[in-house]
Write a protein of this length. Structure first.
Lengths: 375, 602
């Protein structure tokens, strides 16, 4: 198909000259920019607003409008020296490398980034998920020669169930325990808003109470036209409102003093990790909800094959299994062993969510700038 | 089966003890015999299926999945049953062939697993797995592997039975050894519909009484005069029961602290006993009247064949410290002092050169005196046996003998452990609750003249002692400082300037041919993380070798094999979900772990 057609064209550029892993993240020698760098760099392309991908202190940032807005909400308006917004489907040239953003379906504003030069096309997909999600633009496969995929749930034990069935677990628990507050642990950016949207789709119409960490982000989602129904800060709730109420809070706060204000709460956790019982138990979760914003094992395979790529690079997660599968599927595949991804994200649950302000990169010097000419 | 699956699924997520009891009791109330009885058997670990074993599960999944993907998944999930339940390929929806097959009852499943022959089991089990959903598959596989690992101890399940009526959990414990699934008579009794079940076994096991470790703060609140002290022997807890059967013949049974019948392993000891009653004591090896170290005892344990040579070389002995039955009279309700007097009389009537003697009391009137005795057993009455003393036991003079580990009447006060600063070298992912965390640590010390010189050689492996917060910190360190990967094992950076120093506490050392360092630690655990300490300042092998000489080299060659690696299970009640109960390759053989658990029982 498309990729074989392209690969017969004279390509003088090796993929490694277009994009390669470095300790600071994926780097393009041809275009002199990084994708989702983990340390401050002169020029960064950012796939989405989660803190392990979007850090403060870069000289210049190219990202979708929504990702830039989210970074400003989390890090302050001066999170980078310069910013440039790009739309889905739009192409920008950076030092002779053509850069195009496509929807990734992970969270609001999330993008896959295709870089292209001399007929060599690489797609860095960031975090992504196929399937429906009312809170963001759906993922679309992008033809390429090299596809760079995450592998957060890259094991055959991860097959995410229908999110509406998982939401039904929560609504039936609310019916069973109408006197108990249900605290749902959910990552503040993306998952929280998706859980609210799922609850609305399931017919839950009471005001949903929010932990302080997700108020501004939820308001931003609303401002972008995503209807989430009535929400209010949990701290403003009267005691009479708590029985049977849903509270959305960052996973890290479930075990903290914060959650003790709710008498005899049911603790739920919305995450793909909840597939593994030991994970749920590690968090003292009583009601695990397998709702994920990452591709599951089957999704990964379909998404990779749909790009028509000849080569697969695997970034973070269960890279060994995905590389093994890709080899059997006839793809050249290798792990990139990038560090720093998936660890800050509270969905991994190992550590409480790091407040963005505490990032040591926040004060990095914005010395670089977008040198390339925008087209 | 569905209700049982739903029960253990909910139990797996219920963190609160009372919540678990309520869930189990609720299940017992609403599920009829015999299903609830088999559920109780599953929760108490009383089920075992000769022809359905974990090996068969592995075979079934191997026929259906890629071996590499299975291995990676199993390593990640850390639980065979759950891995297979999640990976089991779903059948395409069957054509509407009449009515849907109902889920089989738990009793039917247990019956099938118990009676199906080896040749049929393969197809039968696959058929069952095809019919069940993920939770059902998980529950079925849990039944077969035998370790539910859902944070429910046998004691908790029995407490739930007691909660059906007005019985106390100890009432259940006392009749439990004579019962077998599906426990209809027990439920009838608990619900006030039937008589107390009687055992017809003349030599039943009686649940043992266990002690809590004594902390400094506890001791300050104790009055010395209210307690008696004994040496804590470094052997294996044993219960010896002798009685006459209905036809008048004497019968002898020896039990481990968990109630396992170990008579067959110690025929010499069983034949030599002559009393009538039930004695609680320590199994030891005596040579020329002297107690040998645990390393020597270990060479007698877990042998398939008990040869005459083995018996002659390792003569088994009981050092008694309590009496549960005197003649035919159950004396467990009597206070410690009264039982002790009976025990002394019973032992006095035994032949002096027999295999049964009395564990002496350690006289003291202040904590200072006992501290001194504990620090120097040889000078305080233990004499040449001092090497086999690992501390002192404190028992309230007025305490009755109650099953389990009640807090207050009995305390164990071990000698201070040894500490060493070692450098983290390798980490492996844990199992069960710790799956996905790097929680098994191999650590080493320096071979050179001075610390930081020469190379690091592994001296032990530990997977507990740290808090959950520390576990998360070490896990993060491991992930960020990996220099090499060997399957599930990661090698982390360990140079004189870079790496993580662990303060490791341990009980003793033995020579080991298996470790390159030549030494193996007993009962090692992580005492502290020394982020402040550069690896170059960690301890040297020479320090351990000096300690080994000081410890007397009591062990024979090879005795220390694996001794450093099996320790995780000692804590008993509620600890069944700890790190030590993994079913992975890193764990030592179950028999050795069991020996270690028994050893640490008092």
């Amino acid at each position: 198909m498309n990729s074989t057609e392209r690969s017969t064209a004279p390509s003088t550029l090796r993929p490694e000259d277009l994009l390669r892993p470095t300790p600071r993240g994926l780097y393009s020698p041809a275009g002199d920019f990084f994708i989702d760098p983990t340390r401050p760099v002169p020029r960064a392309l950012v796939t989405h607003g989660h803190s392990d991908h979007a850090r403060a202190g870069h000289g210049a940032v190219l990202a979708t409008r929504q990702t830039l807005d989210i970074m400003a909400i989390r890090y302050g308006e001066d999170f980078a020296g310069q910013t440039q917004a790009i739309s889905y489907g739009e192409t920008v040239e950076v030092s002779g490398v053509k850069v195009t953003f496509f929807p990734a379906g992970h969270i609001l504003g999330s993008a896959q980034i295709r870089v292209e030069k001399d007929g060599c096309r690489i797609v860095a997909s960031g975090d992504y998920k196929p399937g429906s999600d009312p809170t963001c633009t759906p993922f679309e496969p992008v033809a390429c020669d090299v596809f760079i995929s995450e592998a957060t749930f890259g094991l055959p034990v991860f097959r995410h169930p229908d999110p509406m069935e998982e939401t039904a677990k929560l609504t039936s628990s609310l019916a069973l325990f109408p006197e108990r507050t249900h605290i749902v642990g959910a990552y503040a950016l993306g998952k929280a808003q998706r859980v609210i949207a799922l609850l609305r789709a399931a017919g839950h119409d009471r005001p949903i109470l929010l932990h302080g960490a997700m108020e501004r982000l939820t308001a931003y989602y609303e401002s972008q036209g995503i209807a989430l129904g009535p929400v209010k800060p949990a701290r403003d709730a009267q005691p009479s409102e708590l029985p049977g109420a849903v509270v959305i809070a960052p996973p890290g706060s479930l075990a903290e003093v914060w959650s003790r204000r709710f008498a005899d709460p049911v603790t739920a956790f919305a995450s793909g990790w909840m597939r593994i019982r030991a994970r749920a138990r590690q968090h003292g979760v009583e009601l695990p909800l397998v709702v994920s914003d990452h591709a599951d094992w089957d999704d990964l395979q379909h998404a990779i094959l749909a790009t028509g790529c000849a080569e697969l690079w695997v970034t973070h997660g269960q890279e060994d299994a995905l590389v093994h599968w890709a080899g059997q599927a006839g793809l050249a595949a290798r792990p990139l062993h990038l560090v720093g991804y998936g660890e800050e994200e509270a969905e991994s649950g190992a550590a409480p969510a790091t407040p963005p302000a505490a990032e040591d990169g926040a004060g990095g010097s914005p010395e670089g700038s977008l040198k390339g000419s925008a087209s | 089966m569905n209700r049982f699956a739903a029960l253990i699924d909910r139990l797996a997520y219920e963190p609160r003890r009372n919540g678990k009891i309520r869930l189990i009791a609720d299940y017992f109330r609403h599920v009829p015999d015999p299903d609830r009885g088999f559920a109780l058997a599953a929760l108490t670990g009383a089920l075992s299926f000769r022809n359905a074993k974990p090996g068969l599960i592995r075979q079934l999944i191997a026929e259906r999945t890629d071996p590499v993907l299975f291995a990676l998944s199993y390593d990640y999930v850390g639980d065979l049953s759950e891995t297979v339940a999640l990976m089991w390929p779903a059948l395409p929806k069957p054509e509407e062939a009449g009515l849907p097959t109902p889920s089989p009852s738990l009793a039917a499943v247990v019956d099938t697993l118990t009676h199906m022959g080896r040749s049929e089991m393969h197809a039968v089990l696959a058929g069952l797995l095809d019919r069940l959903d993920e939770t059902g598959r998980w529950a079925l596989l849990k039944l077969i592997t035998g370790s539910l690992r859902i944070g429910v101890s046998a004691r908790l399940a029995k407490t739930a039975v007691a909660a059906l009526g007005t019985l106390a959990p100890d009432d259940i414990e006392l009749v439990w050894p004579g019962l077998s699934p599906p426990y209809a008579e027990l439920f009838a009794w608990a619900e006030g519909r039937g008589e107390r079940p009687e055992t017809s076994d003349p030599t039943p096991f009686r649940p043992v009484m266990l002690a809590h470790p004594l902390e400094e703060a506890d001791r300050d609140n104790l009055v010395p005069q209210e307690f008696r002290a004994e040496w804590k022997w470094d052997g294996i807890r044993i219960q010896a029961v002798r009685a006459h059967t209905v036809d008048g013949h004497p019968a002898t049974r020896l039990y481990s602290r968990t109630g396992e019948d170990i008579t067959g392993a110690f025929p010499d000891l069983a034949d030599a006993l002559a009393f009538e009653g039930a004695v609680d004591g320590e199994l030891l090896i005596l040579r020329e009247g002297r107690v040998q170290s645990f390393n020597v005892l270990q060479q007698r344990l877990n042998r398939k064949v008990v040869s005459a040579k083995l018996i002659a070389e390792f003569p088994a002995h009981i050092r008694a410290y309590d009496l549960l039955v005197d003649g035919t009279e159950d004396v467990r309700e009597e206070p410690f002092d009264a039982r002790r007097a009976r025990l002394e009389a019973l032992i006095a009537a035994q032949p002096a050169d027999g295999r049964l003697d009395l564990s002496p009391l350690v006289p003291f009137s202040t904590w200072e005196e006992l501290t001194a005795a504990r620090a120097d057993p040889a000078g305080h009455g233990a004499g040449p046996d001092a090497e086999a003393v690992e501390g002192v036991m404190l028992k309230r003079a007025d305490s009755p003998y109650v099953p389990g580990r009640p807090k207050g009447p009995w305390w164990k006060w071990k000698r201070d452990p040894h500490n060493v600063d070692a450098v983290l070298m390798y980490a492996q992912r844990g199992h069960g609750k710790r799956s996905s965390f790097y929680s098994d640590y191999t650590f080493g010390v320096w071979t050179g003249e001075n610390a930081g010189e020469g190379e690091l050689v592994p001296v032990g492996k530990a997977y507990f002692g740290f808090t959950d917060a520390e576990l998360a910190e070490i896990d993060r360190f491991v992930r960020r400082h990996t220099v090499n990967r060997f399957g599930p094992v990661r090698e982390v950076v360990h140079t004189a300037t870079e790496g993580l120093v662990l303060e490791v506490a341990f009980e003793g050392l033995a020579r080991s041919a298996r470790h390159r360092s030549g030494v193996a630690m007993r009962f090692p655990r992580i005492a502290r993380l020394r982020w402040d300490k550069p690896p170059g300042e960690a301890d040297r092998l020479a320090t351990l070798e000096a300690l080994l000489r000081q410890e007397g080299e009591g062990a024979g060659e090879g005795a220390g094999e694996g001794a450093g690696e099996g320790a995780g299970e000692g804590a008993g009640e509620g600890a069944g979900e700890g790190a030590g109960d993994g079913d992975g390759g890193a764990a030592p053989p179950a028999s050795r772990r069991a020996a270690r658990r028994d050893r640490d029982a008092t």
